[in-house]
Design a protein around this ligand. Structure first.
Ligand SMILES: [Fe+2]
Length: 351
């Protein structure tokens, strides 16, 4: 594929749209000014503020200061953002051997997928809106989450593997600094045994060549399109385990929560699991996001062990994957759903 290592590099591209390789493009801003003007401005701004940004690898402190300084100076880059901004828009603001600077625009639903930065260290600062970063913890390999709001920045080292998302709200803007300049990225899948690398791509943006767009009206290519079987398999790969009914019952006895996603009429017709918490699928994320004003405080915790239940264990897998992306690291779903629970002879009750 076009973005693989060793193929003609897209590294020199200055701005573009992530739908396919051919749509990358342009070395001029929307008013026709060459992006070199922005590059010069950002480079000059940083050189003036930080004369010690030499030709060596930047320290975490330098990267954080640089991304924050550019994020706090929108006059350097606001003019680059088109009024009719296409999806997945980004621009390379400055590049030299030891570091580069990117501007990214995010719409709700944008997600980078799990990736590293090819040996580069990095920092990103949010200029507008709010992003959520889920990342691999160094020692345990478990996922941690941090929210990065406007005016905030985070830094990370070469081993860092993360997934950055813009969940809800107004479009977000962020400034990314990498040192040395970003050249390649490796993408990962979460498995029961930890993170498994599956693809390395040459870089044409801080998302590489394969970032996903989740909006329903996105212009999917054939390569992007996923059948429900693929989506389900992908969702389940990200879950550590899927308990069968007896394992779920044991987990509940040890403090796990069962959350029943089935509609009220289905529960009324088929029965319920005693002690399960009924939460409609349409409000699930708002009830379980620890940051949501509509959360259920008792269970809306990032470390809560939650087992989602639907009729047969399909929709619950997709829902669990969504909650994982929100940083709830111990969510999974019941293999076989309510019907398997009932068939196993475990307790049920009338709704
Ligand atoms: Fe990244």
């Amino acid at each position: 594929m076009a973005g693989k290592i060793g193929m003609a590099g897209k590294v020199g591209m200055a701005a573009g749209v992530k739908s396919d390789a051919n749509s990358l493009g342009g070395t001029a801003d929307p008013d026709g000014r060459p992006l070199g003007v922005a590059q010069d401005a950002v480079g000059a701004h940083l050189a003036e503020q930080f004369p010690d940004l030499s030709d060596r690898r930047l320290t975490p402190g330098q990267m954080g200061a640089a991304s924050s300084a550019v994020a706090a100076a929108p006059e350097l880059w606001t003019h680059l953002i088109p009024a009719e901004r296409p999806r997945r828009w980004y621009a390379l603001l400055h590049r030299q051997v030891n570091y580069d600077v990117w501007l990214l625009a995010w719409d709700p639903g944008h997600e980078t997928d799990w990736h590293d930065h090819g040996g580069s260290s990095g920092s990103f600062a949010v200029a507008h809106g709010r992003l959520v970063e889920t990342f691999r913890r160094p020692r345990t390999g478990l996922a941690g989450t941090r929210r990065v709001g406007a005016g905030e920045a985070v830094t990370f080292g070469p081993p860092h593997v993360h997934n950055v998302t813009h969940l809800v709200g107004t479009p977000a803007l962020s400034i990314h600094v990498y040192s040395p300049a970003l050249v390649a990225m490796t993408y990962y899948t979460r498995t029961p045994y930890g993170f498994s690398a599956f693809e390395t791509v040459a870089v044409d943006s801080p998302h590489g060549t394969r970032a996903h767009v989740h909006e329903s009206d996105a212009q999917f290519t054939d390569r992007d399109r996923q059948a429900i079987e693929d989506l389900l398999a992908s969702a389940r790969r990200g879950l550590d385990r899927r308990p069968v009914p007896r394992e779920a019952a044991e987990a509940v006895a040890s403090g796990a929560f069962l959350v029943d996603l089935r509609p009220a009429e289905e529960r009324a017709a088929e029965g319920e699991i005693p002690g399960a918490i009924a939460i409609g699928r349409n409000v699930l994320e708002w009830r379980l996001d620890p940051q949501s004003e509509h959360r259920i405080p008792e269970i809306a915790r990032y470390d809560a062990e939650i087992i989602l239940v639907c009729s047969d264990g399909y929709a619950s897998s997709l829902a669990a994957a969504t909650l994982r992306r929100m940083g709830l690291t111990r969510v999974t779903d019941l293999d076989g759903g309510y019907h398997a629970w009932k068939s196993a002879g475990l307790p049920t009750a009338s709704a």
